[in-house]
Structure formats: C-alpha cells, structure tokens
Write a protein that binds this ligand. Structure first.
Ligand SMILES: NC(=O)C1=CN([C@@H]2O[C@H](COP(=O)(O)OP(=O)(O)OC[C@H]3O[C@@H](n4cnc5c(N)ncnc54)[C@H](OP(=O)(O)O)[C@@H]3O)[C@@H](O)[C@H]2O)C=CC1
Ligand SMILES: CCCCCCCCCCCCCCCC(=O)[C@@H](N)CO
Length: 325
C-alpha cells in the first residue's frame, strides 16, 4: 500500500511535533528545580493589598510562612488577619514589616527584620510593590518619572540584590526570585510613558539574573499580568486618558486571587516568563528573545500568529492615538 504524499507530510509533521513536545517536557523535568513553598519563608513586597496580598493568601494555603512588606502598618495588619485565617496548620507564621521600597536603608532593614522575626532567611521572594498613574506624556511632571523608576524598578532591584546576598551567604539551597512586570513590559502605548519603561527595565534585570543567579542555584521568574482589579487599579483609572482605556480594553481587569493563581501555576510549571491570559501569551511569544520557551511547539506557533496580529493592533492603536483629545 502506498501512502499519498500529503499524508506522509502530515505524518512527518505530527512526528516532529510529538518529538519536540516530548524533548521539551523531558528537558523541563530534568533541568528545573521544583517549586515547593510548603514550610518555606516567602517574602512579598506590596503584600498588604491587591496581587501581593492574594499571593500571600495562596502561599499560606500551601503551607508556607509569609512575610509581607508595605508602608502602611494599618493595611499590613488587616492583610495579616486575612492571611492568618487561611493557615492550614498552626505552626505557620505571618510576619509584617513596614518599610518603603524606594529607600535603600528600608530595603536592607526589611530583609534583616524578616530574617530575625521569622527565624530564617527568605527563600521565595516576590517583588510586587508598585504603582501606576497613567497620563499623557506632557501632563506628567519630571518627578513622576523619577518616582515610578524608584518604586517600580529600583524598588524591585534593591530587594532582589539584598535577597540574593542573604541567600548566598546563608546557603539557601533553591532560592526563587519572582519579579512583577506587566503586559506593559511587553508592549506599550499612549498613557504609559512613565510606567511602561519601568516594567521593561524589570525585564532587563530579570533576563540578566535568570542567567547569572544559576551560580547560586537561585531561579528567577518574571510575571506579566494584564489589568488586575486591585486598589491600585482604581487609583490609576482616575488619571487614565480615555484613549488608554480603549486600547487596553483587550485586557479586562482580573480578580487578584485569579491573578495570583495564574502566577503560582506558572511557577509550578517552572516557567520563566509567566502571563495571565491568551493575549499575554501571544505577546510573550512575540517578544521572548533569548529566553527559554514555556512549550517549544506552542510558543513557535503563537510567535507566528503574533506577527500579523501585532501589525494590525499597531494600526488600531495609532488610529486612536491620532484622534485622542
Ligand atoms: N493593577 C494592575 O492592573 C496591574 C498591576 N501590575 C503590577 O502588579 C503589582 C501589584 O499591583 P496591585 O495589585 O495593583 O497593587 P496595589 O496598588 O493594590 O498595592 C500596592 C502594594 O504595594 C505597596 N506599596 C506601594 N508603594 C510602596 C513603597 N514605596 N514601599 C513599599 N510598599 C509599597 C502598597 O502598600 P502601601 O501603600 O501601604 O505601601 C500595597 O501593599 C505592581 O507592581 C503593579 O505595577 C501589573 C499589571 C497590572
Ligand atoms: C501580538 C499582538 C497582540 C496585541 C494585543 C494588545 C492588547 C493590549 C492590551 C494591553 C493591556 C495592558 C494591561 C495593563 C496592565 C498594567 O500594568 C496597568 N494596569 C498598570 O497601570
């Protein structure tokens, strides 16, 4: 029996896909350190509201010990109560630390205080503290650029730096550092001139450390969520130009709990770049650069799809921007 040419091509493509998927799966299995937060010390900046608080709750449900950091002690206390209520055993600990992530001294103190209060060095660090107030470029003050760079970029860089030193000096066996960027660290448009560059900067730092921190067996991850229905989102919407809202309409605001779950699911899968939704996945694949794929075959096809879709979306954004009041 002779097999028609088109069937041979299909069979060959299918075989290549199966082999590629299997190799990808096996490679991931062998190469990656598992994510296992039970009994670990998780240190979360911006842990009193929004995504940070939801992440703390999801981690405590997995049996972790959690330190949350933010400026306002009143919000930290409220969050700590909520987090405590989700403990799965009574040995678990919740620690709060009031500190400002834009201050180097506060960052150093926060990590030292976490070590002393919890009795162990942070092993899983998530740098979630951040803010956004979108405006037209000319409506921003120069101070806005400085403040957002200090909080959204330096605030995460300082914490990662100090945490790495602590993990290295205390022989932490399989540390994790999780940076929080945004879909606006993968693309940008009207309204985000002060915010988006800080989230792109985080990507530059995370890409560097993903590679460099292998020498300490520390795994680095970066999270690119779309809109999150958090207290911060309410604040940002009060200054956000209408055109910005229209362009980002493609990403409906997600519940912080669902967002935290998406992050955890990516961490359990060992993914470096983690997103929350399909558009985020397409953007990730379009801009992955020289980083590991999450799934070689799917990532390849999404990267191809991203080309025409991206060009069309750019036309749409430019059409709106030109008419913006
Ligand atoms: N909301 C969204 O649509 C999106 C958000 N993101 C990113 O996710 C992260 C969380 O956002 P979201 O859930 O909206 O956050 P929220 O605005 O709800 O919460 C921000 C948290 O950070 C703390 N914080 C703010 N400034 C500082 C500071 N200087 N030092 C220490 N802590 C600080 C706040 O507490 P306090 O004020 O008491 O210090 C609070 O705990 C941010 O990095 C944000 O950029 C990414 C994509 C979308
Ligand atoms: C490959 C081509 C695909 C094109 C689709 C583009 C869709 C755009 C959606 C943008 C969503 C922006 C979320 C902002 C989140 C954030 O960080 C802010 N809330 C903070 O202020």
């Amino acid at each position: 029996m002779t097999v028609p040419a088109w069937a041979s091509v299909l069979i060959a493509l299918g075989a290549v896909t199966v082999v590629a998927l299997s190799v990808d799966h096996l490679y991931n299995r062998i190469i990656r350190n598992p994510f296992e937060p039970t009994k670990k010390h998780c240190f979360i900046t911006g842990g009193s509201t929004g995504l940070g608080k939801s992440l703390a709750i999801e981690l405590i449900k997995k049996g972790a010990n959690v330190t949350i950091v933010a400026r306002r002690q009143s919000e930290l206390d409220k969050a700590a109560q909520e987090i405590e209520a989700c403990k799965i055993n009574k040995e678990q600990r919740v620690v709060t630390i009031s500190a400002d992530m834009t201050s180097k001294e506060d960052v150093i103190r926060a990590l030292e205080e976490a070590k002393v209060k919890m009795g162990s060095v942070p092993e899983i660090v998530c740098t979630c503290a951040g803010a956004s107030f979108p405006k037209y470029f000319c409506d921003h003050s120069m101070d806005d650029f400085e403040y957002l760079t200090k909080l959204n970029y330096l605030g995460q860089a300082y914490v990662a730096h100090q945490a790495t030193i602590l993990m290295r000096d205390n022989d932490v066996k399989d540390g994790k550092i999780i940076f929080v960027s945004s879909m606006l660290g993968l693309l940008s448009f009207t309204g985000y001139s002060a915010y988006s560059p800080t989230k792109f900067a985080i990507r530059g730092l995370a890409d560097t450390l993903r590679n460099e921190l292998k020498r300490y067996n520390i795994d680095v991850h970066i999270f690119f969520p779309g809109n999150i229905d958090s207290p911060g989102y309410v604040v940002e919407n009060s200054t956000k130009p209408e055109v910005t809202k229209t362009i980002e309409g493609a990403s409906p605001a997600m519940d912080p709990k669902e967002c935290a779950k998406a992050l955890l699911s990516g961490l359990y899968s060992g993914h470096y770049m983690i997103t929350t939704e399909f558009i985020g996945e397409v953007l990730r694949c379009a801009t992955r650069g020289v980083n590991p794929s999450n799934n070689y075959v799917i990532d390849f096809f999404l990267a191809v799809i991203a080309q025409p879709v991206g060009s069309i979306y750019a036309l749409f954004m430019d059409y709106l921007a030109k008419r913006a009041k």
